[in-house]
Design a protein around this ligand. Sequence first.
Ligand SMILES: *Cc1c(COP(=O)(O)O)cnc(C)c1O
Length: 404
Amino acid sequence: MIDIEKIRADFPILKEKVNGKPLVYLDNAATSQKPQVVIDSIVNYYTTINSNIHRGVHTLSQKATDAYEEARIKLQHHFNAKKSHEIILTAGSTHSINIVATGFTTLLNKGDELIVSTMEHHSNIVPWQMLCERTGAILKVIPMNVEGELLMDIYTELLSNKTKLVFVNHVSNALGTINPIQEIIDKAHAVGAAVLIDGAQSCPHIKPDVQALDVDFYVTSAHKLCGPTGVGILYGKEEWLNRLPPYQGGGEMIKQVTFEKTTYADLPHKFEAGTPNIAGGIAFGTAIDYMNSIGFDNIAAYENELLTYATKKLLEIDGLKIYGTAKHKTSVISFNIGNLHPFDVGSIIDKLGIAVRTGHHCAQPVMAFYNIPGTIRASFSFYNTFEEIDILYNALIRAKNMLS
Ligand SMILES: *Cc1c(COP(=O)(O)O)cnc(C)c1O
């Protein structure tokens, strides 16, 4: 069960006013807010143990290293990775995907095939297009239906022994669709292809088990699940991470450097060149602890109630159309009201203290599919309330009256 008063008290920003009105934050799919424990974790790091990791013999450096490595173990347990060195700490999902897409350059041949879906974030499209340009590999796209669900029979037809890699998001940031990733992974493996799952949008709602999924790569960003920006993970099966070359060269990723030849460090350091976001990594661990203390089952159940209530309420508005009505979806509602421009609606409700996202949501192919320039997206988190949905409803009615 969610104790909403207690939870809201954990997030200092929820007491802020925006344009003179109490903040109603419904842009959680862009980034989540941070509880006090996560803010404290960052402040404590810089206040008490700041120093560089994996280097010094001195006490502070050892404390910082221990705290950073402890976060890696927390993440290992959370995602159920077999080994802690299968968790690479990165700058976020975009960085993680680029590590894999760049690493595959030497593993692909001209004419090899890669499969993506229609409903991807640009982060899970562009790095692969760049890979195709480098290698001559061909990108195939899984289409979707008007509800925003992938056409799985066409996916099956696209797969062949030419398929080397499949990359899809677990949850669509533009539509909220929860994709059938177990089936996607199993079918890809049956033809010998590897799978990368973009979990940036799923991890705030779902606790994935990478071993049960048998997924090859799984990426996510801390900032969408109560952690800081600029930190995330790349989970990879050990054998894959050993096969991929390092992404960046630099300090901390080497075994030995001479001008004749450099040898690389073991996992995870091979992929962690340079001084990382140490405070961010530690605070990511704190965020995971915080989310688990509430419980992902509780979070999902409550957010589902918010979604059901908001869907029903918003559909009462004349001319409002929801994009993304998949059977399985998270608490995201993308919509338009008649022909009103999403930006105009977003600007008016911003004056009333409500934060929503408007535009293409870094998913232009989804907008092209529906033949629209963009949507208004309200995305709900476990710290939102039914009352805030009523405030959104009233504000939308007001915006509609002002604009039409
Ligand atoms: C946010 C998001 C990304 C990108 O995450 P960054 O933290 O900006 O790197 C990728 N994919 C999906 C589905 C997202 O929602």
